[in-house]
Design a protein around this ligand. Structure first.
Ligand code: HEC
Length: 278
């Protein structure tokens, strides 16, 4: 059963959206300031507990040298990027030069990058797994087997659906329906009506695009059997939807009973009569 979902994002509740976006931006800014403040406080506390004395020029020189040595060491270590690409540093390229030369241009024998080899062997391993799964051990279903299984499941579902008396074709149809004034039926019918029919027939059934359902004039008959039939099959060429596929026979019956129950309610702003008086 499909329910009409009122989604405030899609119905363009723009001012609320703007407020939310502004609130998010503000909270991000507050977060940034808080982090900054925290850092300042941390630095301040550290300095009060354990102040770092101002360095003399000699000490500063030593620190600079130390930092440079550290940086030089770091440069030696290959980065993840060079490892992944299996690049040789420029200084070591000499060992890669191949024997031949064309017009004085020599070629380097760079190894195939690691990422490529991982992908390459990965596809082979995947292929073996795929082959074993689908063609040797048949754990996985091939497309046509999947299709057959889905069709079988749908057939089972259909049997289960129809064995439920609420849905079975013999439950209610346009030939055996009798009008009911049962409060539960009308209440259910009203709820179903409220979510599906007002766009065309109005909240009170007073008629909009579709005809007024509260007057005694009917285009397609005002007996319970007629109303049931109109709702079930619709009048597609005139814009009245067929509800057969989206509602059970029982639901259509409840709605039809509800439609008859609002006869003569005289809502405000009624649409002019259409059809024959009954
Ligand atoms: C998309 C618009 C639309 C929706 C939604 C719609 N209808 Fe209709 N309906 C119409 C139109 C248009 C007609 C007139 C058809 C014609 O001119 O023959 C109509 C006709 C009818 C009639 C026949 C009236 C008569 O005078 O004989 C009934 C009963 C009816 N609708 C019930 C419903 C119910 C119940 C629902 C909700 C489940 C519903 N309709 C939803 C457009 C709609």
């Amino acid at each position: 059963m499909k329910e009409v979902v009122n989604n405030s994002w899609s119905t363009g509740n723009t001012s609320a959206d703007i407020v939310i976006v502004l609130m998010i931006i503000t909270s991000i800014m507050v977060l940034g300031v808080a982090i900054l403040m925290l850092k300042v406080i941390k630095f301040y506390v550290k300095e009060t507990i354990n102040p770092v004395p101002f360095a003399t020029p000699e000490e500063r020189e030593i620190r600079k040298l130390e930092a440079e040595a550290l940086r030089a060491l770091e440069k030696k270590k290959p980065t993840i990027w060079t490892k992944l690409m299996q690049l040789k540093p420029l200084e070591e390229e000499g060992s890669l030069v191949m024997e031949h030369k064309f017009d004085g241009i020599s070629e380097l024998n760079n190894p195939t990058p690691a990422w490529f080899m991982v992908l390459f062997y990965g596809t082979i391993i995947f292929g073996i797994g795929y082959f074993l799964n689908y063609h040797v051990f048949h754990y996985g279903k091939l497309q046509d087997e999947e299709y057959v299984a889905e069709i079988e499941k749908a057939a089972d579902d259909k049997v289960a659906f129809l064995s439920n008396p609420v849905n079975s074709a013999s439950a209610v149809n346009e030939n055996n329906i009798v009008q009911s004034k049962d409060a539960a039926v009308l209440k259910n019918g009203q709820a179903l009506f409220a979510t599906r029919c007002p766009p065309c027939h109005g909240e009170q059934g007073q008629g909009l695009v579709g005809p007024n359902l509260t007057d005694e004039y009917w285009l397609h008959g005002g007996k319970i059997k007629d109303v049931f039939k109109t709702i079930k099959y619709g009048v597609p060429e005139k814009g009245m939807i067929s509800w057969e596929k989206s509602m059970s026979a029982r639901q259509i019956a409840d709605i039809a009973n509800y439609v008859l129950s609002i006869q003569g309610t005289k809502p405000a702003d009624p649409k002019a009569p259409q059809g024959n008086k009954e």
